[in-house]
Design a protein around this ligand. Structure first.
Ligand code: GLC
Length: 418
């Protein structure tokens, strides 16, 4: 047992708002989609009932069209902007109007592998997860590559992949606004004003039409196919298929989706740059950035060892892997959010893929590297890859959860080998 184990559990407890956890008090005072799913695997190490509740609360916010929002505003908090009045979500719980990486089905499968006695709860979630995946396959599907209409949907809010697609947008019609994020965290660790104007322009576009998917399909000025979405949906659909099959349910539709995304993911392979990256669908161009999302190909079970040379090159460039942007790329900024820092939960997904794809030594090295980074620097939102210096929010739910479930030497990793 490491003293960090107790600290991590205390962070999950302190961020628990009753049925859901906030990523961290102050900076993110609501329920975030993929944060909650990571929280669940952290709870699962010591409170399985609470783990299931986290995912159930998230899916209770599902919209009638199947979309599961990226933020649920359970209780209004003026410390966060943009809040429910700006987003004007149309679901059962006040919410944002976009989704986030669909990792939930995968984690439901892992929870069940850790403790099969909660089968009923898993079974009840399956139709909701299928509806959510159907929403992606209907409204975010470019020939099997999954795209987003807002950078925040990928969870990688300000990575350099968005620079060119956002530059083509002239933000208009947004009222004067006060950012709250920079009252909690140094401005140098957060996105710039230029990005924020465009983020808000895209939110307004969706809110003004009541998040009408058919309308947005015609007018959305931002359409970027992305590895985070494509790879997590592919993986999650396979896990959903395994869950459904385990309960004797039909799988043919899931099989079709798996096939379609597997073929579509090939569009994200940038042969010239030797990496998976984003594709701006408006221009058909690859963004040409190697990011930590590029390395989710193993987690998705595709590409064989295509990404191995990039992985080994980047792993040698900084003390802590995996930087969110290639340190050799001109846009790399080691302290600014998704433009360089290391994110522990991405490392867990990458390592999981590596160990499943015949690279257990690299997976274990990445775990140890992440363990040491957290042990030395605490439960920050993200870390400077050069020295592990903590950045962004502190006492962060997903870093604590990842510690408990994977990075700590006492983690029960073997038990979720689904
Ligand atoms: C930021 C991150 C996103 C995360 C959210 C809450 O917006 O980019 O991935 O879900 O914070 O932690």
């Amino acid at each position: 047992m490491s003293p960090r184990d107790d600290e991590a559990r205390a962070i999950l407890k302190a961020n628990d708002r009753g049925g859901y956890t906030v990523p961290t008090a102050g900076l993110y005072p609501y329920q975030w989609n993929w944060d909650s799913v990571f929280a669940a695997i952290g709870f699962a190490t010591h409170d399985m009932d609470r783990a299931w509740t986290e995912i159930e609360t998230l899916l209770a916010g599902q919209w009638p069209n199947g979309m599961v929002p990226h933020i649920l505003f359970h209780r209004v908090d003026p410390g966060y902007f943009p809040g429910p009045d700006i987003w004007r979500g149309v679901g059962p719980v006040p919410s944002s109007g976009i989704s986030q990486p669909p990792i939930a089905a995968t984690f439901v499968r892992w929870l069940l592998a850790m403790d099969p006695s909660h089968g009923d709860r898993a079974r009840r979630l399956i139709p909701k997860l299928i509806d959510w995946h159907r929403w992606f396959m209907t409204w975010r599907n470019a020939g099997g590559a999954i795209f987003v209409t807002h950078p925040w949907e990928t969870g990688r809010d300000n990575c350099p992949d968005w620079d060119a697609p956002l530059a083509a947008i002239e933000p208009a019609g947004i009222n004067a606004y006060d950012r709250r994020d920079t009252t909690h965290v140094q401005a140098g660790e957060r996105p710039r004003r230029w990005d924020y104007d465009r983020y808000l322009h895209l939110v307004k576009l969706g809110a003004d039409c009541g998040w009408d998917d058919a309308h947005l399909q015609q007018v959305a000025p931002f359409r970027v196919a992305d590895p985070t979405m494509t790879f997590t949906l592919l993986r999650a659909t396979r896990d959903l298929r395994a869950l459904a099959a385990g309960f004797g349910q039909p799988t043919s539709r899931l099989d079709r989706w798996i096939d379609e995304i597997t073929r579509g993911a090939e569009q994200l392979w940038n042969a010239g740059a030797g990496t998976y990256d984003c594709v701006d669908l408006r221009t058909g161009t690859h963004t040409g950035v190697v990011t930590n999302a590029s390395f989710l190909s193993w987690y998705a079970g595709i590409g064989g060892d295509r990404m191995l040379p990039q992985f080994d090159r980047i792993a040698g460039l900084t003390r802590h892997a995996v930087p969110s942007t290639d340190p050799a790329h001109p846009a790399y900024e080691p302290k600014r959010y998704w433009r360089g820092p290391v994110w522990a939960m991405m490392n867990m997904l990458i390592a999981r893929g590596l160990s499943e794809s015949g690279h257990p030594n690299r997976a274990e090295a990445l775990r140890i590297n992440t363990r040491d980074m957290i042990a030395e620097n605490g439960f920050a939102e993200y870390f400077d890859p050069r020295d592990g210096a903590p950045a962004g929010g502190r006492n962060f739910t997903w870093t604590a959860a990842i510690w408990l479930a994977w990075a700590s030497d006492s983690a029960r990793r073997a038990e979720w080998a689904a």
